[in-house]
Design a binder for this molecule. Structure first.
Ligand code: SF4
Length: 413
């Protein structure tokens, strides 16, 4: 069957370089087979920019619009600009997932929104609760991809650990996520949704508000820079969750260029570096990103970040048995700590299936921590949480309750 599609740009939508091709295509009434590859291609390109009208209609995610763009939509449809503020509040402050929930809008306004937009809300697809009360969620995205997010309750904190990418491209050897192919970046609203859903769990299951957010789930946040920063903006803004940026920590495997950019952007949240070895040969072995972002390059970027923000950086250090847990390793780490004010979190390792590393002993962990303390370094030793449900650090790999990797995610090694 041949269909006649017209590609119609959304009014005042934020058109990027795709708009040039969009303009060209709009000049013609294109005929192409419903099942053609070209059609799929066109649909992909225009998914976020156009409403395609005919027998099929592809709607834009309303949360991709800024408040100003939303106002323009209302004005151009002969409605009042203040409606945009109401809708924006429903979307971000009240986390509405359908237009029907927006009860202070007239039925016709809700119908108009429904006709042109969708809300691609993230949903909890599966949830597992650990013996230590940690909750691991499999979150389903609009395209059926799955990412994981964890609620970690402690006596003093309720922490959400969230994902920034579907899979990860960095292949750190000790990490289960690193064995999954990176399929795509998460949008800012998909990152935001994870926080809202975990926040609701904290309140409903443990009657405690969410206190902290760490970007330490699946993916490298600094390789999805814009969306990650946009999500932080929403989480911290009064129109969103109004949380303090000091309660948020973004963790990176070490992308020097983007650490400097964080400094240039004057961010107010905390930065953690997944260091895990303060010796280039060892770090190259477990984190291939170190080959292009050496410890020297990282130190320089961190100094720049500290000069610009004045924020103390946290070094995450997983102790692996007989690999990076000796006193010589502690000396290397102490030397690296001299670059800028910092603190060190030593993390107990959680072995993953067929991984080459093992957990170090309590004695070696203590000796390592004591050495750092003797050099006046602030050290926390973090015991793992949620190990029984594969929710602990480095274990997120979209495994379901039966232990199988979700079929949407491919193993790369
Ligand atoms: S540790 Fe982080 S950066 Fe490395 S593979 Fe895992 S998710 Fe990616």
């Amino acid at each position: 069957m041949l269909l006649n599609y017209k590609l119609i740009p959304l009014q005042r939508s934020n058109l990027s370089h795709h708009s040039i091709l969009g303009g060209i295509i709009r000049k013609f009434d294109l005929n192409f087979n419903k099942h053609s590859i070209f059609e799929t291609f066109v649909f992909r390109i225009f998914r976020n920019k156009f409403v395609i009208r005919n027998s099929l209609e592809l709607k834009k995610d309303i949360r991709a619009l800024s408040l100003e763009e939303l106002k323009a939509v209302f004005v151009e449809n002969g409605d009042q600009a203040f409606r945009a503020k109401q809708v924006y509040e429903w979307l971000w402050k009240k986390s509405a997932i359908t237009f029907d929930e927006m009860t202070n809008l007239s039925k016709s306004t809700r119908e108009l929104l429904d006709k042109h937009f969708v809300i691609n809300a993230v949903k909890v697809d599966d949830m597992q609760i650990s013996k230590d009360r940690t909750i691991k969620n499999a979150f389903k995205l609009y395209d059926s991809n799955i990412v994981e997010g964890v609620l970690i309750p402690s006596t003093t904190r309720m922490t959400a650990c969230i994902s920034s990418q579907v899979g990860c491209s960095l292949t750190c050897k000790f990490c289960a996520t690193g064995r999954l192919e990176r399929l795509r970046n998460l949008n800012a609203d998909e990152i935001y949704d994870q926080v809202v859903l975990i926040k609701n769990q904290a309140e409903e299951k443990y009657q405690t508000p969410l206190t902290n957010i760490v970007y330490m789930g699946m993916g490298e946040p600094l390789l999805n820079y814009k969306n990650v920063l946009d999500s932080v903006q929403k989480i911290t803004s009064p129109e969103g969750l109004n949380m303090s940026p000091q309660r948020i920590t973004i963790s990176t495997a070490g992308v020097s260029k983007m650490i400097k950019k964080l400094g240039d952007d004057g961010v107010k949240f905390n930065l953690a570096l997944s260091l895990h070895a303060a010796n280039d040969a060892k770090r190259n072995h477990i984190m291939p990103i170190n080959e292009s972002n050496s410890l020297e390059a990282l130190a320089e970027a961190l100094k720049y970040f500290y000069e610009k923000t004045g924020t103390r950086v946290t070094y995450e250090y997983i102790a692996f048995k007989d690999f990076n847990d000796s006193l010589e390793d502690a000396q290397d780490l102490a030397k690296f700590c001299k670059h800028i004010p910092c603190k060190v979190n030593i993390i107990e390792y959680n072995p993953i299936d067929d991984g080459e590393f093992q957990q170090t002993t309590a004695e070696r962990l203590d000796a390592f921590a004591k050495y750092l303390e003797s050099k006046n370094i602030i050290v926390n030793v973090r015991r793992s949480r949620g190990k029984d449900i594969d929710a602990a650090c480095g274990q997120l790999a979209n495994k379901n309750k039966e232990g199988f990797v979700n079929r949407k995610m491919k193993k790369v090694i």
